[in-house]
Each structure stands twice: as structure tokens, then as C-alpha cells.
Ligand binder design. Structure first.
Ligand code: GLC
Length: 715
């Protein structure tokens, strides 16, 4: 590092103030989103020649454009400093994987890392070396469209996935040709937007911020992430992009982050809309003081910082610190020695969307499917006559939000996946996502009337989740319910195959369907992955990473809630309940069915007392009582019964995935160290406290699926 630091400092010493500010500016490239403010700037080639930008978003650029722009930077700017080329590689580059909310239900960090590694191999072969990913926002509100992009509601599962994704993008060493910068986003609390409305106000107390929202980011920082993107929202009343407490005192000093902070798109400009800056100069001052290193898309740094430094309002040392952090990573990636390291079109030909990558997508896809109900109608039998009905039945719209693959047309549809299984199929679309098709329902009923079983392929379009796509009514669109009712009236077995970017309200379907597969948006191999599960070639193993509510009125609803002073236990009276509905979710965190039946028994603690020196040793027996081999995810939760601040009624602290043959049993061992009992308290310390805890081990967060025991932490 010293050698790199010396090189960065040497280069820094040659730079003019204007050139330094240029490194802190990121062009929107060819991608200027319509967000109501000006992203107008000079043609990018001009900006590069003048040293006015140090990086650019690459959306809309091919590898030849990237090479040409890099050539201008290297050969035509005064110091020849190469650019970073950046893109949202969120769940795949050309080969698309399940949306992150989907793959989080695989509870398989190793496989997620493998998928992200594939994304990095594909993206870096086309000139891109900076991913605006992983998105780590804890989300408890399925009205928020970006719930699709994250890892669900739990800090521990989110932290395991964060670690895996950073390793996937960054590889073992930045000097490798297919390693790229990862960027943790959005720092922090973006998923707590009031009313689930994207970009809305966020208000989180410090203790909850640390115990719920920060753990995935801390895991990413501990994994060596190079970059962090502050969120659009406020924390303690100040927008993240200009929030010195958040970016300097918390992110850098307390959490130990030493890398690059890059604003979200136009977030520096938006400090004026937030009402904390009267003009671009004030916004720039606040952002640089907060230690924001790169302004994305807007040009307030370029327009104001030189004057602000010359007038003494901004200390040039702050500029030097920011530019040094940027240059260090340009050296670490080897760009200063080989600016064209990532320009490898001939290699791209071989790796983009290759069979091996598609196999990873199919594997992660089938392991992300969550079976929510099955009365025995699944798996399908080869001899059955199957009617596939619905707008998602033969649709290529299976990739979901935040993907820019040119290979959409090669997405495997559900019908294509089922045909590949050699099944006896009929198909009728029945309706569009939101609208009727003339005679559509009648034709669908007719197509289904001779079938032995109906697959009802319903759900959202990709536009219905993702950024700026919050929904007030998180239901299956009305026209699709109308189609479902008509099909149900036939009196045949019906399986709901649901494509969605968020939890939807499924109470009617829970009542009326014989089986429900929640398949998220599964990516390039969606149809094959779903067919693998439907015919039993893969025994579903997915577990929910986010709660499915019964009613929008329950939201936010999550498993790791506090007990309150008046917990509802069913009786009437002054307790925390509703007059007109249940407190309980429709499907809880950690829930997911299998074609097998797995049971846990014999929960044994080696001792009922633990300490810092002596972790808790736990064993439990898992048995496969079904007729299928399958994989189960055994989950371990704790509850701190009396602490200095309220603690959740359950907290996930470990899990193991186990494959068992029919009839097979296995004793699983868990070790729970003291540090997993620590929490952040009002004295701003991470502590564990002596006292009694409850241990839960089982196959979902629901009490009916858990064995319990008590233990004592001795300090
Ligand atoms: C968007 C998103 C962010 C993304 C950035 C660049 O507005 O909030 O997640 O990385 O802009 O596309």
C-alpha cells in the first residue's frame, strides 16, 4: 500500500486544483435520467480532454466507446489519468440472475458470490471496473419498489450476502483482470422511507440504525469494499450526501471505511430540494466537508469548488484527501500502468451469456423459488395434461428491475421451460398485466377445461418494482384476479406461479390455490428454473428473506420486532392489536416448503451457561421424513429477555443448509459466540449483557417451526 500511496501522492502533487476537482466529478455519460433538474454538461470528450471528469456512468456505451474515451483521457488530457467506467451491475451483466430479493431467499451466500463473480467476469471484459452494487438496504415495507433490489428484512442474512457480493465483485486482488470495485449502497436507511414511498423522509433512532441498518454495511467494509454510495435520504435531518456525521464520523471513523464515497445520482444537487443548501456552492461545501469524494451526474463541484478553495471557504486539504482516495484505487486496479486492462472484446465474445454462466443462473434461480403452499398437487406428473394460463406464462419479462442486458429476447419463458420437459401443454394468455384481452378469459377457460392441472402464471411487470416504483396496493392486478377466479371456477387443481419484485397480498390465493410458487423475477433462465421445480427435478428449498403481510394496513411488519409493553396474545382488552384484522403475517420470515417434510428434534445445549470464554454449543437433529431428497435451512435465533435497551423477540444469528435423502437424519452442531449477543446501546457502545436468553432452532421464524431452550450469559 505504501508504494501505491506514494505514487498517488506524487501524482497529486502535480495536479492543478481544477484537475483535482475533475477527478471528483462523475459524468452521467450517455445516461441522463429525467429527474427534473439539469444534468446538461459539455460533450463528454471535451470534459475528459480538459480533465473535468474522473469517471463516468457507462450506460449506453459499448466497449469501443469506452476504449475511445479512455484513449482521450490517457493521450489528450494534461496528466493522462485514466477514467473509472461505472455501471449498475446489480444482478447480472448480460447473463441475468434472480433479483437480489429473490436470490436472498436461497440463503446461499456461496452461490450468490458465484453469480456475482460471473457478473464481474462479464462486465470487466467490456471495459467496466466499478459496480454500483451491492445494494444492502434493509427493507420492511413491500410498498417500496426497491425492496426488490436488496436482501430482505434481516441484518444477519443481509450481512452474509453483503460479504459474498463484495468478494464476488472484487475477487481476491484488484490486480486481477476481472476484479472490479464494489460499492455498498445506499448508505443508510433508504429502505425506511416513510409510507414505503421512494425518496421519502427517513427517521431512525441511533440505536435502531446501528442494530438493524448498519450490520450489512459493516460486513461489506470488513470484507474490504472499495466504495460506498450515500443514500438520497436524510439521516438526523441532513441528506446523506452532505452529512458529515454520517460519512465522516460514522462511516469512516467508527466503521473504519477508507475507500471512495460516490454520491447517488444528482444527490449533491438535491440538497437544494431538501432545503439544506441555497445554491450549488453551499451544496458543494457541505458535501466536501462531509468527505463525499465524487459527485455523480451534476457539476456543482466543477462549477464551485475552485472558487470556494481560493476564497478559503473550503480547505484544499479536504480536496486532496478525496482525490488521494480516488487515485489510490486507480493505482490499485492497475489502471495507471494499463488503462486498457478492461478492454478485452475478444474475451468478451467467449464469456458473455455463455452456457456456463447460464447454468449458474438456472441453479441460483431454482434455489431462489419459495414454495408457499402445496396440498400435494406438486410435483407435476409427466403424463398430466397441463394448461398454462396467464400473462407471465410465455413472457420474456422475467428479468426484473435494474438490469440492462441486450439478451432479453433469449430469456427462457415458463412455456419454453415446460416444453423442454416434454410435457403435454396448452397455453392461453388470458389477459395482460393490467388490462383485459378481447375474449381472453373465455379463451383461457376453454384452453383449461380439458386439463388435469392448471398453472396460473401471474404477477408484476418489471416496471412495477425497482426505483421510483412504490405501490400503494401491493396486490396481483385486478384483471389477473378475475382470470384466476374464472379458472378456479372450473374446479380443477390450480397452481399459482407468481412472478413478482416484492411480497404481494396473497390471502385469496392462499385460500383458493392448491399450490403457490413465489418465483420472484428469476433472470435469463427463469422458465427452466421454474420447470425444474414444478416437475420435481429440483425439490424447492427457498426460504423467505422478507415477511409477506396479510394486509397493507399491517405494514411495516417484520419478524424481528420488539415485544412492546402490551404484546397481543389473543385475548381482548388493552393490547397491541387491530379491531379489524390479525397481527400475524400471511407467510413469515424464514418460511418455505419442500416436497419433503423436514423435522427438527433433540435440541441439546452442552451447557445452559455461556461466557466470552465459553461459547454456547448447540446440537439439533434434522430428519427428512418425506419421499424426496431435499435441502433444508435450519435457522438459529435468540432473544435477549432483559437488556438495557429493548431487544427483538427473535434475532437470526446462524443458519445451516443441509441436504438429506428420504428417511435420513443428521445431527447439526452450532456454536454461538458471545459477540453474536452484542447490541448497540444508548451509551453508543456494542455490548453483551449478563442475563437469560431464549434460543430458537428450526425451519422458519414461526414459533410452530421452532424448538426452544433457555441459556444464561455469564459476564
Ligand atoms: C440511481 C440509484 C442508484 C444507482 C445510481 C446510478 O438513482 O439510486 O442505486 O446506482 O442512480 O445509476
Amino acid at each position: 500500500m505504501n508504494n501505491i500511496l506514494e505514487k498517488a501522492n506524487a501524482l497529486l502533487s502535480e495536479m492543478t486544483l481544477k484537475e483535482k476537482i475533475g477527478q471528483m466529478t462523475q459524468s452521467a455519460g450517455a445516461f441522463t435520467a429525467d429527474i427534473g433538474n439539469s444534468i446538461a454538461s459539455a460533450p463528454i470528450a471535451e470534459q475528459i480532454k480538459k480533465g473535468e471528469i474522473g469517471s463516468t456512468i457507462t450506460l449506453g456505451m459499448d466497449v469501443h466507446t469506452i476504449r475511445n474515451l479512455q484513449k482521450i483521457a490517457v493521450e489528450e488530457s494534461r496528466l493522462g489519468i485514466p477514467l473509472f467506467f461505472c455501471q449498475d451491475v446489480i444482478h447480472g451483466y448480460q447473463t441475468i440472475f434472480p433479483i437480489p430479493l429473490g436470490w436472498s431467499c436461497s440463503w446461499n451466500p456461496e452461490l450468490i458470490e458465484k453469480a456475482v463473480r460471473v457478473s464481474a467476469v462479464e462486465a470487466t471484459s467490456t471495459g467496466i471496473m466499478y459496480a454500483f452494487s451491492p445494494m444492502l438496504d434493509i427493507a420492511r415495507d413491500p410498498r417500496w419498489g426497491r425492496v426488490s433490489e436488496g436482501g430482505g428484512e434481516d441484518p444477519y442474512l443481509g450481512a452474509q450476502i453483503a460479504k459474498a457480493q463484495v468478494a464476488g465483485y472484487q475477487g481476491k486482488d484488484f490486480s486481477e483482470k476481472d476484479s472490479m470495485i464494489a460499492c455498498l449502497k445506499h448508505f443508510v436507511g433508504y429502505g425506511a422511507a416513510e409510507a414505503g414511498r421512494d425518496y421519502n423522509t427517513v427517521c431512525i433512532d441511533d440505536v435502531t440504525l446501528h442494530n438493524t441498518y448498519l450490520p450489512p454495511f459493516q460486513a461489506g467494509i470488513d470484507a474490504g469494499v472499495a466504495s460506498v454510495m450515500p443514500a438520497f435520504n436524510i439521516i438526523n435531518g441532513i441528506p446523506a450526501a452532505g452529512n458529515r456525521y454520517l460519512l465522516k464520523e460514522l462511516l469512516r471513523d467508527e466503521m473504519g471505511f477508507e475507500g471512495i464515497t460516490v454520491s447517488d445520482y444528482a444527490a449533491v444537487d438535491e440538497m437544494m430540494s431538501h432545503g439544506v443548501a441555497a445554491n450549488g456552492a453551499e451544496a458543494s461545501m457541505k458535501a466536501v466537508d462531509a468527505t463525499l469524494d465524487i459527485e455523480m451526474a451534476t457539476t456543482h463541484f466543477n462549477e464551485n469548488l475552485e472558487e470556494l478553495v481560493k476564497s478559503g471557504k473550503v480547505d484544499e486539504a479536504l480536496i486532496d484527501d478525496a482525490v488521494r482516495r480516488i487515485l489510490v484505487y486507480k493505482f490499485k486496479l492497475g489502471l495507471m500502468d494499463d488503462p486498457y486492462k478492461y478492454i478485452r472484446p475478444e474475451e468478451a465474445e467467449k464469456v458473455l451469456f455463455c452456457e456456463e454462466h447460464l447454468d449458474v443462473s438456472r441453479d441460483l434461480g431454482k434455489k431462489s423459488i419459495v414454495m408457499l403452499k402445496n396440498n400435494g398437487v406438486l410435483p407435476l406428473k409427466k403424463e398430466q395434461k397441463i394448461a398454462v394460463i396467464g400473462p407471465k406464462g410465455d413472457s420474456k419479462d422475467m428479468l426484473g428491475t435494474w438490469q440492462f442486458s441486450p439478451r432479453v429476447k433469449e430469456t427462457v419463458t415458463l412455456m419454453e421451460g415446460l416444453k423442454a420437459k416434454g410435457l403435454n401443454l396448452t397455453f392461453a394468455q388470458g389477459c395482460d398485466i393490467h388490462t383485459e384481452i378481447e375474449n381472453g378469459i373465455e379463451e383461457a377457460v376453454s384452453a383449461a377445461k380439458d386439463a388435469d392441472v392448471v398453472l396460473l402464471a401471474l404477477g408484476e411487470s418489471k416496471e412495477m418494482s425497482g426505483e421510483a416504483s412504490s405501490r400503494q396496493n401491493i396486490t396481483v392486478p385486478d384483471v389477473q384476479v378475475k382470470l384466476a377466479e374464472a379458472i378456479k371456477a372450473l374446479g380443477k387443481p390450480v397452481v399459482l406461479v407468481l412472478t413478482t419484485g416484492r411480497p404481494l397480498l396473497l390471502s385469496w390465493f392462499e385460500e383458493e390455490m392448491d399450490a403457490i410458487l413465489n418465483t420472484w423475477f428469476l433472470g435469463s433462465q427463469a422458465g427452466n428454473a421454474i420447470a425444474d421445480v414444478l416437475v420435481g427435478d429440483y425439490n424447492p428449498s427457498g426460504k423467505l428473506s422478507i415477511t409477506f403481510p396479510r394486509h397493507t394496513g399491517q405494514i411495516p411488519l417484520y419478524y424481528n420486532h420488539f415485544n412492546t409493553g402490551r404484546p397481543y396474545t389473543g385475548e381482548d382488552g388493552f393490547f397491541s392489536k387491530y379491531l379489524d384484522g390479525s397481527n400475524d403475517p400471511l407467510y413469515p420470515f424464514g418460511f418455505g416448503l419442500s416436497y419433503s417434510k423436514f423435522t427438527c428434534s433433540d435440541l441439546v445445549l452442552e451447557s445452559d451457561t455461556m461466557s466470552e470464554e465459553k461459547p454456547l454449543s448447540v446440537s439439533v437433529t434434522l430428519k427428512n421424513e418425506g419421499e424426496f431428497a431435499g435441502e433444508e435451512t435450519v435457522q438459529l435465533y435468540i432473544r435477549d429477555l432483559a437488556a438495557s435497551v429493548v431487544r427483538p423477540v427473535k434475532e437470526l444469528k446462524d443458519f445451516q443448509k443441509v441436504t438429506l435423502q428420504p428417511g435420513e437424519s443428521k445431527v447439526l452442531h452450532f456454536t454461538l459466540p458471545e459477540e453474536k449477543l452484542r447490541f448497540y446501546n444508548t451509551s453508543k457502545n456494542w455490548v453483551s449483557e449478563e442475563g437469560e436468553f431464549t434460543l430458537f432452532v428450526g425451519t422458519s421464524s414461526d414459533d410452530k417451526d421452532l424448538l426452544t431452550a433457555s441459556f444464561f450469559l455469564k459476564k
